[in-house]
Design a protein around this ligand. Structure first.
Ligand code: SAM
Length: 284
């Protein structure tokens, strides 16, 4: 279990789709135009929402390597509905330890959604080096960037959001997490290894009728604040009660800041299906 429930991922999916930055996505898809078949790796695929979002927009035959360490999510990913031209290999890998195995073999394109904010600076550097060594384009969407706007405002919002952002920096299995710094650090890291990077906002926007996702989001904010230990527990509970009342009354709206980015190597790899593009001396 990863702590990301299939129910939460399903609740999020339409908001992810609405948030997706079309210009960044189109640049990413254009980078693999002309490849047929095309091999795509989704790192931390969850239930395969990345495939459901992208595959219909790519006219070529596709093989998706879906990678996650949560076997329950991965089983759902393997079963996802998809166009006939799309094949799926669901591969259980702990990316914290075996990133290279996820990228080995015939790969043309790497994507990930809502993963970069979980990883450490060291792991991110590893990712950029592994992508650069293979000259692979990288499309990383929905990295939380620290912006949370709650409407109407509450006096305790600032303290809760500060605690949530502090929690985002705690270890999620990859070492101290980048949290809100993830997209910025990824842009720097990919630029350092010679990539061009496009980046644009891709915010979740929850309107007054989006009660269920707001209620879940508020619970997540309160839980993070409780785990950080600030503000006091009674203040967290009082804040959560006030905010839930606003949601129930149809008076609450939220914007949660995210960044989509596409990092393109200055020179793209020419696909050669006859050999592995691995740079690893051996699989671990
Ligand atoms: C925020 S969820 C995003 C899931 C999916 N990309 C989406 O947007 O619906 C993060 C995903 O990363 C996976 N994950 C977290 N740590 C991992 C690790 N060490 N190795 C592989 N997958 C991991 C989780 O199981 C989860 O599916």
């Amino acid at each position: 279990m990863s702590g990301f429930s299939a129910e939460w991922l399903a609740l999020r999916e339409p908001y992810d789709a609405a948030a997706c930055n079309a210009a960044v996505r189109d640049a990413a898809i254009a980078s693999i135009a002309g490849l047929d078949p095309v091999s795509i790796v989704d790192l931390g695929c969850g239930t395969a929402s990345g495939l459901r979002a992208l595959a219909p927009l790519i006219p070529a035959r596709q093989t998706w390597r879906l990678v996650d360490n949560d076997l329950s999510l991965l089983a759902r990913a393997a079963d996802t509905e998809r166009p006939a031209r799309v094949q799926v290999n669901a591969v259980p890998i702990d990316l914290a330890h075996d990133l290279e195995a996820a990228l080995d073999g015939a790969v043309d394109f790497v994507t990930t959604t809502a993963l970069l904010d979980l990883v450490s600076a060291v792991w991110l550097e590893r990712l950029t080096i592994e992508c650069a060594a293979r000259r692979l384009p990288f499309y990383g969407t929905l990295s939380y960037d620290g912006r949370i706007e709650l409407s109407p405002r509450d006096p305790a919002d600032e303290a809760i959001v500060a605690a949530f952002n502090a929690h985002q920096r705690t270890d999620k299995g990859f070492g101290p997490a980048l949290g809100p710094k993830a997209a910025g650090e990824a842009i720097v890291a990919f630029t350092k290894v010679g990539y061009f990077v496009d980046r644009e906002p891709a915010d979740w926007v929850f309107g007054v009728r989006d009660r269920e996702i707001q209620t879940e989001m508020l619970a997540g904010l309160a839980t993070a604040a409780r785990e950080i230990g600030s503000p006091r527990l009674d203040e967290i509970v009082a804040w959560l009660t006030r905010r839930r009342d606003l949601v129930a009354a149809g008076r609450s709206a939220m914007r949660i800041g995210h960044i989509d980015l596409f990092a393109r190597p200055t020179e793209m790899r020419r696909p050669d299906r006859s050999q592995s593009n691995s740079t690893s001396p051996s699989r671990r």
